[in-house]
Design a protein around this ligand. Structure first.
Ligand code: C5P
Length: 233
C-alpha cells in the first residue's frame, strides 16, 4: 500500500512516544508534523531522532512571523534539517514569505492563512476587513504569489482557495475528522479526510483520531492509521 496523503500531528510532550508513534504508523503516513512544543522542547536533535526512524517527510510547524530578515535567518537555521514543509504566517506579508522561500529553496514554504481557532468575530476584532473565508483566500494568494509552495487552510476554505490559486500549490487542511471518529475535542466545523481531498486538498492533517489509539498499543495505532489511509488511497 502507498503512503496516504496524511500529515500526522505528533502532539506529545515525550520524545520516546513521538518516535514510537512514527515507527507504528510510517508505512501509511506521508508526512509528520512537528510543532512548536516539540521543537522548543527537543530542538534539532529531536527532529533528527524522528528522521532517523522514517523516510516520510517532515512538516516543521513553526508558524514563523517576523520581519523578513529575521524570518530568513530562522529559516536558514533549520535548513540542515531539510524539512519538506515549513510554516510561516501568510499575514507576515509578501516580503517575509519571499525571504523564507529564498532562504529555503528546497522546502515548501507553507503559508498559514487564518487559524482555524478564530471565529468570525475574532477575525473582525483583529482588524481584517472581510470574512474569514475572503481573508483566507486573499492570504493564500499573497503567499503563493510570493513563492510559497503550499498553504494551510480550513476545510471550508479549500474550494474557494483552490479556485483562486490554481492547481499547483499544495493545499493542506487540518480540521478533518474521520466519519467514525469518537474524538470529542475542539474541532467544530469539520469535514471527513476523503471529502477534504475530493474538495481540492492535497494533504489532510490528522492528530488525535489516530494518536489516541496509542493507548491500546502500537499494533492498534498501526491498524488505525492503515484504516484511515485506506479511505484515501
Ligand atoms: O485535532 P487534531 O488532533 O486532529 O489536530 C491535529 C493538528 O491540527 C493540530 O496539531 C493543530 O495544528 C491542528 N488543529 C487546527 N485546528 C483545530 C485543532 C487542531 O488547526 N481546531
Amino acid at each position: 500500500m502507498h503512503k496516504a496523503p496524511i500529515v500526522l500531528a505528533i502532539d506529545t510532550p515525550e520524545l520516546t512516544t513521538a518516535i514510537e508513534w512514527v515507527k507504528a504508523t510510517q508505512d501509511y503516513i506521508s508526512v509528520y508534523k512537528l510543532g512548536l512544543e516539540f521543537f522548543l522542547t527537543f530542538g534539532s536533535d529531536g527532529v533528527k531522532a524522528i528522521k532517523a526512524v522514517t523516510d516520510s517527510d517532515i512538516f516543521l510547524d513553526l508558524k514563523l512571523h517576523d520581519i523578513p530578515h529575521t524570518v530568513s535567518g530562522a529559516a536558514k537555521a533549520v535548513a540542515h534539517l531539510a524539512p519538506r514543509y515549513l510554516t510561516v504566517h501568510a499575514s507576515g506579508g509578501a516580503a517575509m514569505i519571499r525571504a523564507a522561500v529564498d532562504a529555503l529553496p528546497a522546502t515548501h514554504v507553507t503559508g498559514v492563512t487564518i487559524l482555524t481557532s478564530l471565529s468570525e468575530d475574532d477575525v473582525s476584532e483583529i482588524g481584517f476587513k472581510s470574512s474569514a473565508l475572503v481573508t483566507a483566500v486573499g492570504l493564500a494568494k499573497v503567499a503563493t504569489s510570493a513563492g510559497a509552495g503550499a498553504i494551510v487552510c480550513s476545510p471550508l476554505e479549500i474550494a474557494a482557495i483552490r479556485a483562486a490559486i490554481g492547481i499547483d500549490p499544495i493545499i493542506i487542511t487540518p480540521g478533518v475528522r474521520p466519519a467514525d471518529s469518537s474524538v470529542v475535542d475542539d474541532q467544530v466545523r469539520t469535514m471527513t479526510p476523503k471529502a477534504a481531498i475530493e474538495t481540492g486538498a492535497n494533504l489532510v492533517v490528522i492528530g488525535r483520531p489516530i494518536t489516541q489509539s496509542w493507548k491500546l498499543g502500537a499494533a492498534a495505532m498501526r491498524d488505525r492509521s492503515a484504516q484511515i489511509a485506506s479511505e484515501l488511497i
